[in-house]
Design a protein around this ligand. Structure first.
Ligand code: ZN
Ligand code: ZN
Length: 392
């Protein structure tokens, strides 16, 4: 059967076109929203975290990361329960970035990229974060930052400190986003990292590194024991949950979306296009909204909890935005590739789909059975397919 979208001949049993990834069973012409190109068992618009921030995993590997994160996060909350708040803050701050480093090492994404390059991205972004955070929280606006606490203690007739809000919920997130972009944009412009998934991955890595360093600077007095921890097991549980999971994931996905737009679809990087500026503004807007909500809600009853739920809502929007971006880019780049009419690459099979274990056709970019994009599959599977002459 010929694909109605790109004209490529496909086996009769195919559910998805192996060249352009379009659905062939009544769901064709971009109507495969029910099947995410990177994790074909999931919907595109589903709040699924792991398959979004770790695109080079299959379902089984993703489960391992999900459980490792849940178990470690629970152990860190256990530290709070035992009154070890400083230890919980330090461990919570580095949980997501370290998990992400392990993922990058594990999938061995860029075989020819030296490890120092990826570690360097974390270090450089971390140093930029420390500098920006010191300027805002210690050197320039210490007084304004204290206004937040002052107003909260004030009790009845709370007056919201507008200056502090503008500085810490508007100016800081914008400056911080610029600092988060520097490292990953530099890397995404290298010829060996021109894939949109590479851009997204670098952006997420930089965002999580920034979040960790910022958390360490802001909570330094608590970590070193100079500040009293005060009351409230439930308060600190919420604070640690927020800084451990919500904040780094918001920072990471927001930066990842903008850098993915810098990479663009297909070969080569798109650079500073209107799409990049729009997505950068989107990333900044998400961070501003997150911090405005957090600071304003902290004046309400159960403010920390409300702030965390607010963050969770913003994270859901960011995750779905990143998925739609990746999904559309993979399908459109494949269509362009098919339109270029590459010479027929010998018929036959060249391996097995890492998702559903059906045979992969020679020269395929997608699995005909489950629709999985072979660009986004696991490292070992990609190497096997490449040595057989298939998708890169
Ligand atoms: Zn097709
Ligand atoms: Zn498959």
């Amino acid at each position: 059967m010929d694909c109605p979208r790109c004209g490529t001949a496909n086996p009769e049993a195919a559910r998805f076109c192996h060249r352009c990834g379009d659905g062939l069973r009544g769901e064709g012409r971009t109507g495969r929203g029910g099947s995410f190109a990177i994790q074909s068992a999931e919907n595109v618009t589903q709040f699924a975290l792991i398959s979004t921030i770790m695109p080079h995993t299959n379902r089984r590997v993703a489960d391992t990361y999900r459980w490792a994160l849940i178990v470690t996060a629970a152990a860190i909350l256990g530290l709070v329960a035992f009154g070890l708040v400083p230890a919980a803050i330090v461990a919570g701050a580095v949980l997501v970035p370290i998990t992400y480093l392990i993922y990058l090492y594990d999938v061995n994404l860029w075989e020819d990229a030296p490890v120092p390059l990826v570690v360097g991205l974390f270090v450089v972004t971390g140093i930029l974060s420390v500098l920006v955070s010191l300027v805002f929280f210690r050197w320039a606006f210490l007084g304004e930052f204290a206004q937040f606490r002052g107003a909260r203690v004030g009790g009845d007739g709370v007056s919201i400190p507008i200056d502090a809000l503008l500085i810490f919920a508007v100016l800081l997130p914008i400056v911080a986003e610029v600092a988060k972009q520097i490292g990953p944009v530099f890397l995404a412009g290298r010829p060996q990292f021109d894939d949109m998934i590479d851009g997204l991955t670098f952006g997420i890595a930089a965002g999580t590194a920034y979040a960790a360093a910022e958390t360490l600077v802001v909570f330094w007095p608590v970590i070193t024991g100079d500040a009293t921890i005060g009351s409230g097991l439930s308060l600190w549980t919420t604070v640690v949950l927020n800084l451990m999971l919500i904040k780094p994931l918001i920072y990471g996905t927001a930066t990842g979306i903008a850098v993915a737009a810098y990479s663009g679809r297909g070969e080569g990087y798109d650079g500073f296009t209107p799409s990049y500026w729009a997505n950068l503004a989107f990333a900044m807007g998400a961070n501003v909204l997150y911090w405005l909500g957090n600071h304003l809600l902290s004046y309400a009853a159960f403010g920390e909890l409300l702030g965390m739920l607010w963050g969770l809502g913003i994270l859901a929007v960011l995750v779905i935005r990143a998925r739609v971006l990746l999904h559309t880019a993979l399908l459109e780049a494949a269509l362009e590739d098919a339109a270029k009419e590459h010479p027929a690459r010998g018929a036959g099979e060249m391996g097995w789909c890492p998702e559903c274990e059906m045979p992969i056709l020679s020269g395929a970019l997608f699995c005909v059975a489950c629709g999985e994009s072979l660009r986004a599959t696991t490292g070992p599977a990609r190497r096997e397919l490449r040595s057989a002459g298939g998708a890169s």
